[in-house]
Design a protein around this ligand. Structure first.
Ligand SMILES: [Zn+2]
Length: 299
């Protein structure tokens, strides 16, 4: 009988690897954000200033969770500062509001360059001719749990919220997209009905954007880069949803509604409507020959 004393100790030893990280996370979440960090969030995440108190609190908790579980690495000699950490973590956390415990489980590292960075690319052309080249990028998202960002462009977007491209929102939308197992413009949505609705709406608007890009229309509310593939369409649509919500709702109401269902927020609550001078163009539909189906993820 006395030989059984070690059983509780063994159980505790087995549980410790799970309990200690959990305890450390809870302790980190219980700490208030330092005043300088809150000032960074208020300055570099403009929608935060307009959120209600409960949403603000939720965003700060998600930001702390993100910072506790992800590693930041400076590239080309860049020293990671609190401004970089809180800005990137806060903007990425906007995409996972109202989703309990969802903080990019597969993501582990954010690499930050001072500015746009060069990456090697290999293209296989006609006849199997291989061409090695270098491409300049503002951001990159990898399915193995890495995101790469240009800090110059993160900061520029932070200070020009309604005008600019949003590299953080773009790359973290790719991370959400890849959680379904394929980065194909269809993130994990849950029910078959949700996938059917998503596919119908995004396929149509993707085709319309391809049409805009093909004919060089300059009045699209979405960047033509979104016409390159369904995955890029979802990432660009995410940027537009959070950056120009009023214009997107006016020009792409069904797409806006799909994104609102997926992201569980309405960014119009966090920004003023554009001036009355702004008038939407007539919505048109591309010929069906330009249509392209969205890939449907497994569920
Ligand atoms: Zn992209």
């Amino acid at each position: 009988m006395e030989a059984l004393w070690w059983i509780p100790l063994l159980a505790l030893a087995c549980a410790l690897p799970f309990l200690v990280p959990r305890w450390r996370l809870q302790r980190a979440l219980a700490q208030p954000l330092p005043p300088h960090a809150l000032a960074i969030v208020e300055r570099n995440i403009p929608p935060y200033r307009r959120m209600d108190a409960a949403t603000q609190q939720q965003l700060l908790q998600l930001t702390k969770h993100f910072l506790h579980t992800k590693k930041f690495v400076g590239c080309e000699g860049l020293e990671i500062t609190d401004e970089m950490r809180y800005t990137i973590a806060g903007q990425a956390s906007m995409l996972v509001l109202n989703r309990p415990n969802k903080v990019y489980r597969a993501l582990h590292t954010i690499l930050v360059y001072p500015g746009a960075f060069l990456v090697p690319r290999r293209e296989v052309g006609a006849g199997g001719v291989v061409t090695d080249m270098r491409q300049t990028l503002l951001g990159e998202s990898w399915e193995d749990g890495r995101v790469v960002l240009s800090w110059d462009d993160v900061l520029h977007a932070s200070h020009h919220w309604g005008e600019s491209h949003h590299v953080v929102l773009h790359e973290f939308a790719h991370q959400l997209d890849s959680e379904s197992g394929h980065t194909n413009g269809a993130p994990y949505l849950g029910s078959p009905d949700s996938y059917r609705s998503w596919s119908a709406v995004l396929s149509r608007d993707f085709a319309n954007l391809q049409y805009d890009a093909y004919y060089g229309r300059t009045d699209s509310v979405m960047d033509h880069y979104g016409a390159t593939s369904p995955a890029e369409f979802f990432a660009v649509a995410t940027e537009t949803f959070f950056g120009k919500p009023w214009q997107m709702r006016e020009r792409h109401p069904a797409l806006y509604d799909e994104l609102q269902k997926y992201y569980r927020v309405d960014p119009r609550d966090w920004t003023d409507a554009p001036p009355p001078a702004w008038t939407p163009d007539v919505v048109f539909t591309a010929p069906s020959t330009l249509g392209r189906s969205y890939a449907i993820a497994n569920w």
